[in-house]
Design a protein around this ligand. Sequence first.
Ligand SMILES: CC(C)(COP(=O)(O)OP(=O)(O)OC[C@H]1O[C@@H](n2cnc3c(N)ncnc32)[C@H](O)[C@@H]1OP(=O)(O)O)[C@@H](O)C(=O)NCCC(=O)NCCS
Length: 373
Amino acid sequence: MESRGFSIDELAIPTEPNGTGWTDFAAAVAVRNTVETQAYGTGVLAQSAEELLPGWLTLEHAPRRLFVARVGGEIVGRAIYETQADPGSDFAWFTVEVLPEFRNRGIGTALTHRLDAAARLDGRSVSVVYAVSPDAPGERLAAPTGFGSVPAANPEVRFLLRHGYSLEQVERGSILVLPVDSAVLARRLAEAAARAGGDYAVLTWAGRTPTRWLEDIALLYTRMSTDAPTAGLAEPEDVWTVERLVAEQEASATGPRVALVSAALHRPSGRLAAFTELSVPSEPGRAVEQDDTLVLREHRGHRLGMLVKVANLQQLQLQFPEQSAVTTFNAEENRYMLDVNEALGFVPMGYEGAWRKVSAAAGSAGSSATTGS
Ligand SMILES: CC(C)(COP(=O)(O)OP(=O)(O)OC[C@H]1O[C@@H](n2cnc3c(N)ncnc32)[C@H](O)[C@@H]1OP(=O)(O)O)[C@@H](O)C(=O)NCCC(=O)NCCS
C-alpha cells in the first residue's frame, strides 16, 4: 500500500538467521530496540534479531504476523499481530512502534488499521495493547485497578484513547543490578525454606524441561494465563500442551539464550507447585530477562514465590556470574510479587499501560487485510 510517502507490507519470517527475509526482520527488530530504548531511557531491554527469532518459529501454536512501514524503502515502523491458535478465541494482541523521527505523519494509525483488519479477518473482537508510558508532568490517567497511572498527554496515551482503547492496568518494569550479595540470598532462601517446610523441595535446571516435568510445566504455563492478575483485560486462558511446550523449547534451542528454571516440588503429590524462569543472553554484561513466575493457587501462602526466585538467582550467579542485571514486569496491583522483588532489591525502571478495546462483532471477512508476502 502506498500513501503519503510511506508503504506498509507484511514480512515473511525467516526460518533461520541470515535466511530469506533476514535483513528486513533484523531492521524491524532495530525499530523495536530504538523505540524501547527511548521509552525506558535505557538499552537494557534490547535484544538481537537472533534472540527474538525463536519466538516466531512456533506459529502453529502461537500465531503472529509482522507488518512494517517503509519510507523510501527503509523500515521505520513495525506492527505485530498475535492471537491464539484456538479459532474460537476473541482475543488479539497488538504492538505498534514507529521510529521517533517518523511520528505524527499517520504511520502509527495506518499500522493499527492493518492490525484491525487482520483481527477482523480472524473474528477477534477484543484487542489488547501494552504500551510504555515514559513519565511526564501534568494530568494523569488512572488505572481502574486503583494501582498506577499514566501521563494523560503522552503521545501513546492520546493515540490509544483516540483509537477507542481504555486503560485497564498499569505494569511496572523493574531492574535488579547484579550481583546480589550471596549472603543475603542464602538468608532469604533459608527463611523461605523454613516457611515452606518439609513438604516442598527446590529443583533447578537449565535449558529444556526434563521429560519428567513436561506435564507439570505445561500446566504451570497454562495457569500463568488464569492465575496472574489481568484486571479488566480479562485475558483468556492460554492452553499449553506438552506438544506445544516441546515445540517452543526446540525453537528456543535454536537461539542464543538459555532458560534457567527453579521449581518447587510438592513432595506428597509428586507434582510441581511453583516455578520461575529466567532468560539469559549468551554474552556477558547483559541484562537477564525474568520470564514467568507462578505459585499454583492451591499452594500459596508457603513463601514458594520467594523460594524459587532466590534459588534461581543463586543458579544465575553461579552459572552466569558476568551478567549485569535482571529485568522484570509485574502488575502494579500484584503486591505479593512486588514484595518478593522489592525484598530482593528490584527497583522501578518504568511503567506500561495495558489497554483493551472491544470492536463490533467481526461478521464477514470483507476486510482490507493484506496477505503474506
Ligand atoms: C503511538 C505511536 C505508535 C504513534 O505513531 P505515529 O506514527 O506517530 O501515529 P500517527 O502519526 O498515526 O498519529 C499520531 C498523531 O499524529 C497525528 N497525525 C496523523 N496523521 C498525520 C499527518 N499526516 N500529519 C500530521 N499529523 C498526523 C494524529 O492525529 C495523532 O495526533 P494525536 O496524538 O493528537 O492523536 C508512536 O508514538 C510510537 O511508536 N510510540 C511508542 C510505541 C507505543 O507506545 N506504541 C503503542 C501504540 S500501539
